[in-house]
Write a protein that binds this ligand. Structure first.
Ligand SMILES: [Mg+2]
Length: 410
């Protein structure tokens, strides 16, 4: 089944799970209707039948497997130096057709430069698979020094933000550039340098200190929706000494996601290659090192844990299942929020550019496309439908693109 979507990451839902919409203050569009089982929608929502029968289990397993495969296409091997003996395969023909639809942002740079004339560029970058290569161990997704240097340079000329599914702290650990904005947990946790033109009246905006003691602005725009908020307030009221031991772990300890984190670690520990990562506002179950035969087992175990948590949902990334609070927030809203907080919203002279490789980046591409106000650039070499306007093959090409962008500095 093709899960391509123009809306949001595919979501596995359990229609039988009780969801208190009013308690969570969420938009009704977050709760998809359950389609008849015999007719699968081509879109994003998959219904997981609660009742267990042999046929339904088989049906459910095949849905999950398709969704996981669809979200995790194998990288296409591209040979840049084509020899004379090279003969194109069907895959190459399909790739070329795809490239015609999503042309290279490097080859089309003149076009981008023309559009950028007289405009201020605002740059948004995903991390994994965009600035760093996808690696077997997500703890080792390091960016190269050359990439870091180029991101640092580009951030000198244009406001630049990293928007990642990982925790904000984790992304900062990898990038270590204080001049950037960081939006972790799919934009639910944003930190950026103090700028004079940021309004101090923004809700959910507080002055804070980064790891170097530098003053920063901290935004947690989704904080008010989090079902863990009461627990976090309670945690805040407790002693600093107790909290200081490991603040992130401490906060997460009291959150629903940490309970889920523990359950997920427990239930996947016998699956070779499965890795569970706590990203504070979301929990990631990585299956890139799991034998494909066991992917449905991963999905089944995750679902079994999640069925007790109506306020959490499951989305697909690249070889990762991500458990997030059911709130109306995504990377697209993070981009909108950042543009507004930078005073760059509603300005005709601003050109936002978002570079990312994942399904969750599609929300940001869509915001730019629908607003007809900037460009999404999809990183990848496996053809897939996207809301992006351009493409780049891999992080190396992303770095080349950043170098090109610097030529547009005012
Ligand atoms: Mg990514």
């Amino acid at each position: 089944m093709d899960l391509k979507s123009n809306h949001a990451a595919p979501v596995l839902t359990d229609p039988a799970a009780p969801i208190n919409k009013s308690r969570l203050g969420m938009h009704s569009s977050l709760f998809p209707c359950s389609p008849p089982l015999a007719v699968l929608p081509p879109g994003i929502f998959l219904t997981i039948p609660r009742k267990k029968t042999g046929i339904l289990d088989e049906f459910r397993s095949s849905i999950w497997l398709d969704a996981m495969k669809s979200s995790s296409p194998p990288p296409k091997k591209i040979t840049k130096d084509v020899s004379n003996e090279y003969s194109p395969t069907d895959a190459d023909v399909a790739y070329n057709a795809w490239m015609a639809k999503y042309p290279s942002a490097i080859a089309s740079f003149e076009q981008i430069a023309n559009h950028a004339k007289g405009k201020r560029i605002a740059l948004f970058l995903d991390y994994d698979g965009t600035l760093s290569p996808i690696v077997d161990n997500p703890e080792c997704a390091f960016m190269s020094d050359a990439m870091r240097a180029n991101v640092k340079k580009v951030a000198k000329y244009f406001p630049t933000a990293i928007i990642s599914g990982r925790s904000r702290e984790k992304v900062y650990e990898f990038v270590r550039l204080t001049e950037l904005y960081y939006a972790g947990s799919h934009g639910m946790d944003i930190m950026g340098p103090v700028r004079e033109h940021i309004s101090n009246d923004l809700p959910n905006c507080i002055r804070s200190m980064d790891e170097q003691g530098k003053e920063v602005n901290l935004f947690q725009p989704a904080g008010e929706f989090l079902p863990v908020i009461e627990e976090r307030k309670q945690a805040d009221a407790e002693s600093e000494a107790e909290r200081s031991e490991e603040s992130v772990a401490y906060q997460a300890e009291r959150s629903g996601t940490t309970r889920v984190f523990r359950s997920l670690v427990q239930c996947t520990k016998d699956i070779v290659g499965a890795k569970v990562e706590n990203n504070k506002f979301c929990v990631s179950v990585h299956y890139r090192n799991v034998d494909e035969k066991s992917w449905t087992v991963v999905a089944q175990r995750v679902h079994d844990v999640l069925k007790d948590y109506a306020h959490l949902r499951l989305t697909h990334g690249r070889k990762v299942l991500e458990v997030r609070p059911v709130i109306n927030w995504d990377k697209g809203k993070a981009v909108t929020f950042l543009l507004e907080s930078l005073g760059l919203s509603h300005c005709d002279d601003v050109l936002p550019i978002y570079v990312g490789d994942d399904r969750t980046d599609e929300d940001a591409f869509k915001v730019l496309r629908e607003g007809n106000r900037g460009y999404g650039i999809l990183v990848g070499s496996a053809p897939k439908e996207s809301n992006a306007a351009y493409s780049l093959r891999d992080p190396l090409e992303v770095m080349e693109f950043l170098k090109s962008l610097m030529t547009l500095k005012k």
